[in-house]
Design a protein around this ligand. Structure first.
Ligand SMILES: [Mn+2]
Length: 218
């Protein structure tokens, strides 16, 4: 099946779920995998998640979007955010997985480069991808970071974007484990770290894969 465009939701350190999904998807060089961000924090093994994605870049096209948790990680490393703030948002699992012992330069070089290269958004065909949400009347390159990475759909669902394209987002976890398809916006954060699923969505065919964090498929 050629030229698939597949979005993957909030992983939050759930490395076994990610492996399970990738086994099912079996990506090759013709595919594009768009990761919606929140690779780190809360779940068991953020470092291993980044290792898996670095290896994946050797066999398929990977687009990696920055989540609010990567924003916090970056700010802590740059001494712009207090470590205690990050810890309140689940940063401990990330620190543990990198065997943090007090020095803020704990990232291996390849991982630091991965985080530095994360995208604010991605656009292809009739779709655009962000971590959390968007401002409906603002062009994609001008979107405010609060909307891109922090806005919860529980507070407000944005109107259709002025581009007419369908938004694919994560961030607002649905504890039932189901994707939320609102037509102009599809949210695929299905609460993997909290006992739900990690979701992948083939946006053209509307095919869904879901894995629990023991790696088994739904
Ligand atoms: Mn998030």
């Amino acid at each position: 099946m050629a030229d698939r465009l597949i979005a993957i939701g909030d992983i939050h350190g759930c490395d076994r779920a990610l492996r399970g999904l990738l086994r099912a998807i079996a990506p090759d060089a013709s595919d594009t995998l768009v990761f919606l961000g929140d690779f780190v924090d809360r779940g068991p093994n953020p470092r291993q998640v980044i290792e898996i994605i670095l290896q994946l870049q050797e066999i398929t096209r990977v687009v990696a979007i920055k989540g609010n948790h990567e924003e916090m990680l970056e700010a802590v490393i740059q001494h712009k955010l207090d470590l205690s703030m990050w810890l309140k948002h689940g940063g401990l699992s990330t620190l543990d997985s990198y065997e943090f012992v007090g020095e803020l330069d704990f990232l291996p070089a390849a991982h630091a480069a991965f985080f530095a290269d994360l995208q604010d958004y991605f656009e292809q065909d009739n779709f655009f991808f962000t971590h959390a949400a968007y401002d409906p009347l603002t062009d994609l390159p001008e979107q405010p970071w609060e909307e891109l990475r922090w806005h919860s759909l529980r507070d407000e669902v944005p109107a259709p974007h002025s581009s007419g394209k369908t938004a694919i987002v994560g961030h607002t976890a649905n504890p039932t484990g189901d994707c939320v398809d609102l037509g102009h916006l599809i949210c695929i954060d299905t609460f993997c770290y909290g006992g739900g699923f990690l979701t992948a969505l083939d946006v053209h065919r509307r095919a869904v894969w879901q894995a629990k964090n023991d790696g088994t498929l739904r």
